[in-house]
Ligand binder design. Sequence first.
Ligand SMILES: Nc1ncnc2c1ncn2[C@@H]1O[C@H](COP(=O)(O)OP(=O)(O)OP(=O)(O)O)[C@@H](O)[C@H]1O
Ligand SMILES: [Mg+2]
Length: 253
Amino acid sequence: MKSKETPILQLENLSFGFEKTKPILTDISLTIERGSFTLITGPNGSGKSLLLKCIKGLLKPNSGTIMLDGTDVTHSSKKRLTSIGLVFQDAETQIVGQTVERDILFGLENLELPHAVQQERLGAVVSLLDLTKQLSQRPRTLSGGEKRRLSIAGVLVMQPKLLIMDEPFANLDYPSVVQVLKTLLQLKDEGHTIVLVSHEVEKILAYTDDVIILSGGKVVAQGHPSSVRSLFSQHGVYLPADIPLEELTWLKP
Ligand SMILES: Nc1ncnc2c1ncn2[C@@H]1O[C@H](COP(=O)(O)OP(=O)(O)OP(=O)(O)O)[C@@H](O)[C@H]1O
Ligand SMILES: [Mg+2]
């Protein structure tokens, strides 16, 4: 039965490999609570991006179950495609429109929402991600940071149940990292559930509720940042020592 405490996402024993005999993700079990801010981390090649693609429904797991908001969606990738917003590691792959405005509206047009609702949603994400001046610009001509913000806008405008971001800080300068952090925290305050994949742990750890460490395609730890912090370095994730947890962020209070 669905209750307020039903996790937004639950994976049980999910395994994936491009060839059945060569598993890349093995027996992944994890829980994402509604309204939480979860960090998934792990070294290069540990399987983070492939895990997100399995969750979103772009890759088919070999085995295991995926529960979304209390419903078994293991065999319903369509439901996952519409309910889960995934911002890809490579922002370029997500750009489809001829202008920033067309690009943000692209997904909404398939939902056949009234024009006024589309414009309202567009205005909200454009102001949140500071893209007002770029609305008529061709996406290919945007800077790396602006492209990243556009890829986030295109996902947010769909108002997904669950927002997943793959390495959102890659290629961003300090002000842009701060802007993305502020946006994420504002979304969390509004009740969104956020999963962030990053190995740049020192930029965000202070604000996370839960951390999952992946190594070699397996979950090697899940817990509150204070309880898993000592495990980062042994699993190949850099974190400066001797800094209090509340200071491990680029967003200064
Ligand atoms: N299409 C593919 N075919 C074969 N192997 C692949 C494919 N895509 C990814 N892999 C392999 O799967 C493993 C996990 O890749 P993944 O992209 O999930 O890593 P990651 O944890 O996201 O790494 P990074 O931090 O570098 O983004 C890697 O060893 C990678 O080489
Ligand atoms: Mg990756």
